[in-house]
Structures are given as structure tokens and as C-alpha cells.
Ligand binder design. Structure first.
Ligand SMILES: C[S@@+](CC[C@H](N)C(=O)[O-])C[C@H]1O[C@@H](n2cnc3c(N)ncnc32)[C@H](O)[C@@H]1O
Length: 209
């Protein structure tokens, strides 16, 4: 049975030929370029730019999203590029279990959730995901902290240090550390060409044992 959130995201993807840039998130490429490939899972992967980037660097890369159109785009773009080891699945993170893994890396980029019923609570999803990560593996997320004035899509924004501490407090004691916790600013352009600034919070937890 589809939820209001699934319908909303599916409509958004189905109304355009492509919703996102086609480029991987720079928070991923900056951090993960030197990491040894393994099995990865991207939560709320959208059209799969991050999944495809990881696969192109040797990862066995899986992406899940609530939108069937987004997941179909991930699959077709992976086939177009001849990438192997890519898997896409339609999963509602608010209602269904995460893939079992285990994973060397679980990522989630800009899956903020909102206040209405049926939406995900990001902290809950990250804690569930952490249980699928192997020792020495990583859990990486990026979220918006400060939005430009024209931005009204997301109900939640985050402080990276608060998110890092909240999730760490819910993980097995002594088994994880916060490897990266940063606020990164960038220039952005609004729908009418106006200049603005936005900050993202980037948090990476590493499993020690
Ligand atoms: C802002 S987009 C980010 C997409 C991608 N991670 C990126 O950075 O380009 C948020 C994504 O989360 C997905 N999403 C929202 N709620 C979800 C849920 N309950 N289960 C799975 N995916 C969800 C949406 O379909 C959408 O693709």
C-alpha cells in the first residue's frame, strides 16, 4: 500500500525527465574517494547518482528509494553505463526493514523527513542502518543546516554536532566514533536567479568493533 509520502515523491519524479543534476554529491566524492570499496547501501538514493559513482569506483552498490520512478532511473542508467554490481530496490524507509547487508558503507544524502505522519525520522533510520555496518565500516549522511530564503521544501534542518551526538548516543557504547562532523557552506542560485548561501551538515560515524 502506498503512503502519502511515497505518492508525493513519486509524483515529483514522474513529472520530470530528470529531477537531480546527474552528478554525485560532493560530500561523498570528497570523503569516499580514498576508501577501500566493499558493499554499500544508499538510503533515499533518488536517481542514483551516488550509487553509480560508488559502482564506478568498484563498490558493489545498492540504492533504495520510496519512488519506483527514481529506482527505475537508477537501474536504467546503470545498464546504460555497463556498470556491474548495482542494485536498486523500492523501499519505504518509514515502514519497511532496511536491506540486511552487511555493508562497509551506508549513506544517506538529504533525506530529511518531515513532521507529518508517515514521514521518516532520520535519526531512527540511521540507528537502524548502523546495525547493518561491519566493523571498520562507515555510516555517512549529509543534511541541510541553513537554507536560503526561497527554500521551503524540507520541514527539518539539522545541526551536524547535534545529529552526530544524538545518533552516537543510541549506538552500542564504545563501538562507534564520530569521524567527521562539519558544516559546509556553498553558493546557491534561487529559482529567479537570485544569489544565496546554504550550509550542509556532514556527519560520518565509524564502527570500531
Ligand atoms: C532530497 S531527495 C535526495 C535524493 C538523493 N539522495 C540525492 O542526494 O540526490 C530525498 C529522497 O528521499 C526519498 N525518500 C523520502 N522518503 C522516503 C522513504 N520513506 N523511504 C525511502 N525513500 C524516501 C525521496 O524519494 C527522495 O529520492
Amino acid at each position: 500500500m502506498s503512503s502519502e509520502w511515497q505518492d508525493r515523491w513519486e509524483e515529483r519524479y514522474a513529472s520530470v525527465g530528470r529531477l537531480w543534476s546527474g552528478e554525485p554529491n560532493e560530500h561523498l566524492t570528497d570523503l569516499a574517494a580514498g576508501w577501500r570499496p566493499g558493499h554499500s547501501l544508499d538510503l533515499g538514493c533518488g536517481e542514483g547518482d551516488d550509487v553509480l559513482w560508488l559502482a564506478s569506483r568498484g563498490w558493489r552498490a545498492m540504492g533504495v528509494d520510496v519512488s519506483p520512478t527514481a529506482v527505475a532511473r537508477l537501474r536504467s542508467r546503470s545498464a546504460e553505463r555497463g556498470l556491474t554490481g548495482v542494485e536498486g530496490a523500492v523501499v519505504d524507509l518509514a515502514a519497511e526493514p532496511l536491506p540486511a547487508g552487511p555493508f562497509e558503507l551506508v549513506t544517506s544524502f538529504f533525506v530529511h523527513g518531515g513532521p507529518s505522519e508517515g514521514s521518516i525520522l532520520l535519526e531512527d533510520v540511521l540507528v537502524q542502518a548502523a546495525a547493518r555496518v561491519v566493523a571498520r565500516g562507515r555510516l555517512l549522511t549529509a543534511v541541510h543546516c541553513v537554507n536560503p530564503p526561497w527554500h521551503r521544501h524540507h520541514s527539518r534542518s539539522f545541526r551536524p554536532e547535534v545529529l552526530a551526538a544524538d545518533v552516537l548516543a543510541r549506538l552500542p557504547e564504545g563501538a562507534w566514533e564520530v569521524e567527521t562532523c562539519a558544516e559546509r557552506w556553498r553558493d546557491v542560485t534561487g529559482p529567479d536567479g537570485e544569489a544565496g548561501r546554504r550550509s550542509d551538515g556532514v556527519v560520518c560515524w565509524r564502527r570500531l568493533s
